[in-house]
Design a protein. Structure first.
Length: 419
């Protein structure tokens, strides 16, 4: 009888027949090698951490120990707000666990409409469309708005969902250097005056936590007849006098055609949206495939989102505390000798630049042993091949916690030898 194990070995040793199709996984080999080499150093896998219990927006139990969370997007700490939780529980009881349908068929409940009303109030805009994720909001609006013969002009460091929105559509794609006003203008000048154009920008770029010069960029875009979309995923709730984002802060919100956002950050749940003042906006509900061909958000999710959005509007004290946290952490890390993504704190994200992936992963692990969770980010998510430890602050981090965080960075940095 043939040993099945041996038979497999013998088969595997046979050369592939000429012209045979390759293993479709082969293209991932470089990534597999990088991952295996990293894990071979004995470091804990930075991409498979489990939160065993979550005690609050700022503390969880990981590997059995209390861990301060500095790598979530829970900027405004809404995930345990009693009113938000109560709204979600009520909707779960009254409307069930899911809609089992598309927004344009059986999937629009009263809660989805109330959530869109809350967004219209929050942004003081005429129209709001809730998607199942922020990723789908970018996918849907970009691919639907910019058609064949149109142009999408985007910052080269744009989020993956923006690039994927371009890939799903048929428009010509033109990228310009990150946050470079002149480069945007040069690109716009070269495009045919009569072509449709959509300039896509972000308020805060999430890898380095830097803010876009929206005032100048929106003015230039408008001067060239382009429509403007701003993704405010990382600024909603926090930046701007009413928390509407960088476009509000820089006084250009009324000139922006579409604001994209997510519920997965300051709002504290999951979902995405687009708000706009364009009089024809509502037609998008019928023509935007990532809105039409997917199930709508569960009633409990839209109920938590609506309550959270209403509460964010009046959260000026939380915004002030989050800014104080950001300034203190940025200043403290700089003083300790870390290299940071921005010279000054510009948002709730503070990126600590690591010399390479190995030391980045070692530092990430050392911080975890100290009791601190941050995000390890590496290419292709990061610009210029950088390895980053991304710290994202929460309005509910106490002054004492920020002090603890700085102490942990000092201890881990000295242990790993990066300061
Ligand atoms: C700039 C930006 N846009 C969109 C998204 C997608 O948001 P969501 O998590 O709701 O899919 C993200 C998520 O990280 C983001 O950073």
């Amino acid at each position: 009888m043939t040993d099945p194990g041996l038979a497999m070995t013998a088969d595997a040793a046979k050369p592939a027949p000429r012209g045979a199709a390759p293993d479709l996984f082969d293209k991932f080999q470089p990534m597999i090698d990088i991952r295996e080499n990293l894990l071979a150093t004995g470091v804990t896998d930075p991409f498979s951490l489990v939160m065993e219990r979550v005690e609050s927006p700022t503390v969880a139990i990981c590997n059995g120990r209390r861990t301060i969370l500095l790598g979530t997007y829970n900027y405004m700490g809404q995930t345990f707000d009693p009113d938000v939780l109560a709204a979600g529980k009520r909707a779960l009881d009254e409307f069930g666990s899911g809609t089992t349908g598309s927004r344009v068929l059986n999937g629009t409940y009263q809660g989805h409409r109330e959530c869109e009303e809350a967004l219209k109030r929050f942004y003081a805009m005429d129209h709001a469309m809730v998607f199942s994720t922020g990723y789908q909001a970018n996918l849907g609006i970009i691919s639907t708005m910019a058609g064949k013969d149109d142009y999408v002009i985007l910052d080269i460091d744009s989020h993956a969902s923006i690039y994927d929105g371009c890939a799903l559509g048929n428009a010509q794609i033109v990228a310009f250097r990150h946050n470079d006003v002149e480069a945007l203008e040069k690109r716009l000048k070269r495009l045919p005056a009569e072509a449709g154009k959509l300039v896509v920008l972000e308020g805060v770029y999430s890898m380095l936590g830097d803010v876009a010069p929206l005032k100048e960029m929106v003015a230039i875009s408008k001067a060239h007849g382009a429509m403007v979309l701003v993704d405010e995923a990382h600024s909603m709730g926090f930046i701007g006098p009413n928390g509407r984002g960088v476009a509000e802060e820089q006084g250009v919100i009324d000139d922006v055609d579409f604001i994209i956002g997510t519920f997965s950050k300051s709002v504290g749940t999951v979902g995405g949206f687009c708000v706009s003042n364009h009089p024809k906006f509502e037609i998008l509900r019928l023509v935007c495939r990532p809105y039409v061909f997917t199930a709508s958000l569960p009633p409990s999710v839209v109920a938590t989102a609506a309550t959270s959005i209403d509460k964010l509007q009046g959260a000026a004290d939380k915004r002030a505390h989050l800014w104080a946290n950001s300034r203190r952490l940025h200043g403290g890390l700089k003083q300790l000798g870390f290299t940071l993504g921005t010279d000054e704190p510009q948002s709730a994200i503070i990126a600590v630049i690591m010399p390479d992936l190995e030391r980045g992963a070692a530092m990430w692990e050392a911080l975890l042993h100290e009791g601190l969770y941050v995000n390890l980010a590496r290419p292709p998510a990061t610009p210029a091949g950088m390895t980053l430890l991304r710290c994202s602050l929460c309005a509910l981090h106490s002054e004492e916690q920020v002090g603890e965080i700085l102490g942990m960075f000092e201890a881990a940095g000295k242990k790993v030898g990066v300061i």
